[in-house]
Design a protein around this ligand. Structure first.
Ligand code: TMP
Ligand code: MG
Length: 296
């Protein structure tokens, strides 16, 4: 009997959009997470298309990189070059017929060419706030409330992103969601004394190396300090996101939730094999907030 899960599904608007390979296991995980309470919990979440919406009424929303690609502060030539790169490499990122190992060389090439393009054109730090303000980046419905509730109970949140840290931090600020419980692990822009972008600093985080090693380089001791929090809610929208949980010490109830935003039929099986819960084209955090009503 999956009583907690049934209760959540009854209160959830689109139960047909929830796919769970092993409901009994998920019931057990939620039960354990609820019994242990907020003191044993941490959240690890991807940013682009996980905290943020994939679309609004069918119109695509921005990502960290997308903000740069579409901003009126950037030249048309820059936009065209970035869009060409996206059109070339994004289909490879989500291709269900290729293995991660096969994809990685292409993804490295994408970052290399993307960063090179970005530093070829004038980009100034002072433009960041304006770009984010005028962008079409939107949090999923209920994301602000979710982050607020987690902060209230001092549940640590790691936002782990292969996007651009400077931009995502600005987005968190825009939505008043950059709380004291939040740590960001991402790629950092490097500016010269005049505030012009000259490159990126630190090791590159791409969509398929979001793992313990990358966290250690950015936030040494993060997981050691949270060793009493073995229960994890992991949120992602890419198969590479499941590795974000690798460094957690003494893992307990770990629930991996995947947002399947696009190429749904082709990718459903692989998502169901990797994530405990798959949410199909759900642009909200409702399901996660329902789980949290049992845990916080
Ligand atoms: P993440 O959501 O797993 O953190 O991955 C970041 C996303 O950013 C990934 O889907 C690829 C995308 N991206 C762009 O849209 N433009 C770019 O120039 C690069 C390098 C990545
Ligand atoms: Mg993502």
């Amino acid at each position: 009997m999956c009583s907690i899960l049934s209760n959540i599904l009854q209160r959830y608007e689109k139960p047909e959009a929830v796919k769970i390979k092993n409901p009994e296991r998920v019931e057990e995980l939620i039960k354990n997470m609820a019994a242990d309470g907020p003191g044993a919990l941490q959240m690890i979440t991807d940013f682009d298309m996980t905290l943020t919406r994939f679309h609004q009424d069918g119109e695509k929303c921005d990502t960290c990189h997308g903000i740069l690609h579409s901003s009126s502060l950037m030249s048309e030539e820059f936009k065209k070059r970035s869009q060409d790169l996206f059109n070339k490499y994004y289909p490879i990122e989500i291709d269900h017929t290729m293995t991660v190992e096969e994809k990685i060389p292409y993804m490295l090439k994408w970052y290399e060419e993307s960063h090179e393009t970005l530093t070829t054109f004038p980009f100034e730090k002072k433009h960041l706030t304006e770009m984010v303000k005028t962008s079409r980046i939107l949090f999923r419905d209920g994301a602000v409330e979710m982050l607020e509730a987690l902060n209230e109970k001092q549940v640590p949140v790691m936002v782990f992103s292969a996007g651009v840290g400077d931009i995502l931090e600005e987005v968190l600020r825009k939505f008043n969601s950059y709380h004291s419980n939040t740590k960001v692990v991402s790629n950092s822009m490097e500016f010269n004394d005049e505030g012009r972008l000259i490159g990126f600093k630190g090791p590159l985080i791409h969509m398929f190396n979001k793992n313990e090693k990358a966290i250690r380089q950015s936030q040494p001791k993060y997981f050691e300090n949270l060793s009493h929090r073995g229960n994890v809610l992991l949120l992602g929208d890419s198969l590479g996101d499941v590795d974000m949980v690798e460094g957690v010490m003494e893992p307990g109830a770990v629930i991996k939730i995947g947002f399947l935003n696009t190429k749904i039929e082709e990718r459903l099986e692989s998502f169901m094999n990797s994530f405990d819960i798959v949410l199909i084209d759900d642009q909200s955090m409702d399901f996660i907030n329902l789980i949290l009503t049992h845990v916080l």
